[in-house]
Design a protein around this ligand. Structure first.
Ligand code: ZN
Ligand code: ZN
Ligand code: ZN
Length: 103
């Protein structure tokens, strides 16, 4: 639990949003991780299962299998549509609006 990431790791989106039926490619930026783990869980002492990065601002949040579901909460707060997995070996993305896997 609470495996931390290297904040300097490559967080680019490998997949093509348009090919996945996603119309939000303009929301994808070159981002820096907000920190080594879920931003809200680190602040509150919570725990996470898997981590996602917001492709618009670099917010690191926890997945929907985690108690806080902070990646999804970040989407609802900001309307930033696309996240990417930052789990080892995973580069797939997810658009909340289109409910599309980007790979
Ligand atoms: Zn989309
Ligand atoms: Zn969290
Ligand atoms: Zn964001």
């Amino acid at each position: 639990m609470n495996r931390r990431i290297d904040p300097e790791q490559d967080l680019s989106l490998a997949g093509n949003p348009a090919a996945a039926g996603c119309t939000h490619a303009e929301a994808v930026r070159t981002v820096r991780a907000s920190g080594p783990g879920c931003q809200e869980c680190l602040a509150t002492g919570g725990y996470w299962v898997h981590l996602r990065v917001c492709m618009t601002c670099g917010h690191i949040g926890c997945c929907d299998s985690s108690p806080g579901r902070h990646a999804t909460a970040h989407y609802h707060e900001t309307e930033h549509p696309i996240v990417r997995s930052v789990e080892p070996g995973e580069t797939w993305g997810w658009c909340y609006v289109d409910e599309a896997v980007i790979q």
